[in-house]
Design a protein around this ligand. Structure first.
Ligand code: SIN
Length: 475
């Protein structure tokens, strides 16, 4: 790495404004398989210290006026953009995504900070008319928030949670993925520089079990926000039940991407590339099942194949389209989905690349069917299985035939179908004639097994607020 500001690559946890260094957990660059550095494996006691620091800092933070909180968030936002190139290098090194995409994530991450800085000044309660007294509904910060974030967006999943928390007046304890802690820590360095007071943002690095237990068991932590798998989300919900925390859970998906015969074919192929291959297929909103109506099936396959064959794969820092997969477990799942599909009648139509084992070859599979593992499980890699369908009813049944409900996409030029189909999709995010559904202004989140709550948008800040009914008699 060639950082303009090397102090942003900081191997330390942050508790109550103090930096703690201990080289316990090695962080590996998934492309080179070499170590980037080692961070502390925070203990139960250290996590409790972070919770206490957050609690103490919150009493002043929640009474800081909204405009000041907004200004501090804007200063943090500006620093992120000033240091975009360094932050992107750190992100790309620990996560693997190509440098240009990593810069895109820093801008995406910063956009949440700006959005919620602006929202901080619009936290309004209401006055409710009742006979004989005055009644107000006041909005108050919910309390100390635990923020548990994944490796696939090491920057943006933090800002999407932390910015609304801070805007609302909450303080936070962040537990970043042990695979990608350096992006989180760099955000902590910049938050300090922005003037966000000590203890408002705490970062506990390390392995999940002990830290997760301390966060979920603490009665001081009133809110937990998690992005990751449905299995871990359900476990955190169970662990949080005895202390009745508010939960936001952004969990797994199994996104359908439906292309009707009447679609603009070029646009549909472009959308499939955007949705399927973003972050090498490692996002919760990536198209997992591409359903194409039979009239354009072969043309779609030909065009998609040409686009996928043109993708470059390699170390993210080298300006490629697709970087390494995050680890061996991810690659095992991808390879098992591909072999299962091939054994059940799918055909590979894209070329084979000769790649080192940490990289996955982007692949289009034609003649996918519903018996294949990749029809019911999220592959989380650059595998594009293309299923054929005949009717709109069949497409809807397949699209909704999953316990997950995060994102769905469809392409049609028929306006009546656009409304009918879009409304019938059982998903929290629907893209019509677009493969991108992520931005700060949009309420982001799922239904069914894809989770609870919404991030971004006006809804995002409500997750960190509670409502107090203030009844005033004798006035
Ligand atoms: C995710 O994969 O969890 C988030 C994707 C996004 O924000 O678009």
């Amino acid at each position: 790495m060639n950082l303009t500001d090397p102090s942003l690559l900081c191997p330390k946890a942050l508790i109550g404004g103090e930096w703690i260094a201990r080289p316990d957990v090695e962080v590996i660059n998934p492309a080179t398989q070499r170590s980037i550095g080692a961070v502390p494996d925070c203990t139960h006691a250290e996590t409790e210290a972070a919770i206490t620091a957050a609690h103490e800092a919150m009493s002043a933070w929640k009474t800081t006026d909204h405009a000041t909180r907004a200004d501090l968030l804007l200063a943090w936002h500006d620093l992120m953009l000033d240091h975009k190139a360094d932050l992107a290098q750190i992100l790309s090194a620990e996560q693997g995504k190509p440098l240009a995409e990593a810069e895109g994530e820093i801008a995406y991450g910063a956009s949440f900070v700006r959005w919620f800085a602006e929202e901080a000044r619009r936290i309004n309660g209401k006055v409710i008319p009742v006979p004989g007294k005055k009644l107000m509904a006041l909005k108050e910060p919910v309390g100390v928030a635990a923020i548990i974030t994944p490796w696939n967006f090491p920057n943006a999943m933090i800002t999407r949670k932390v910015a609304p928390a801070l805007a609302a007046g909450c303080s936070v304890v962040i537990k970043p993925s042990d695979l990608t802690p350096f992006s989180a820590i760099a955000l902590g360095v910049l938050a300090q520089r922005a003037g966000i007071p000590a203890g408002v943002i705490n970062i506990v690095t390390g392995l999940p079990t002990e830290i997760g237990a301390a966060l979920t068991q603490s009665p001081i932590v009133r809110k937990l926000s998690f992005t990751g798998s449905t299995r871990v989300g359900a476990l955190l919900a169970e662990q949080s039940a005895p202390t009745l925390k508010r939960l936001s859970l952004e969990l797994g998906g199994n996104a359908p991407f439906v292309v009707f015969d009447d679609a603009d074919l070029e646009a549909a192929v472009e959308g499939a590339m955007v949705s399927k291959f973003r972050n090498g297929g490692q996002t919760c909103v990536c198209a997992n099942r591409i359903l194409v109506q039979s009239g354009i099936y072969d043309q779609f396959i030909d065009k998609l194949t040409a686009r996928v064959d043109a993708l470059t794969v390699g170390e993210g820092q080298a300006g490629v389209d697709i970087g390494p997969m995050i680890n061996a477990a991810a690659l095992d799942k991808i390879n098992s989905h591909i072999s299962d599909a091939l054994s059940k009648g799918a055909t590979r139509v894209t070329k084979k690349r000769d790649l080192a084992p940490q990289f996955a070859d982007p692949i289009v599979l034609r003649d996918a069917n519903l018996d294949m593992q990749l029809a019911s499980e999220e592959t989380f890699g650059p595998v594009a299985p293309v299923f054929r369908f005949e009717t709109e009813e069949e497409a809807l049944e397949i699209a909704n035939g999953t316990p997950f409900g995060l994102a769905a996409y469809f392409y049609t030029t028929d306006m009546a179908r656009a409304f009918r189909f879009g409304e019938a999709l059982e998903f929290g995010l629907v893209g019509l004639n677009t493969g991108a559904v992520s931005n700060a202004e949009a309420p982001f989140g799922g239904v069914k097994f894809s989770g609870l709550g919404r991030e971004g948008a006006q809804e995002g800040i409500e997750e960190y607020l509670s409502t107090k009914a203030f009844h005033m008699g004798g006035l």
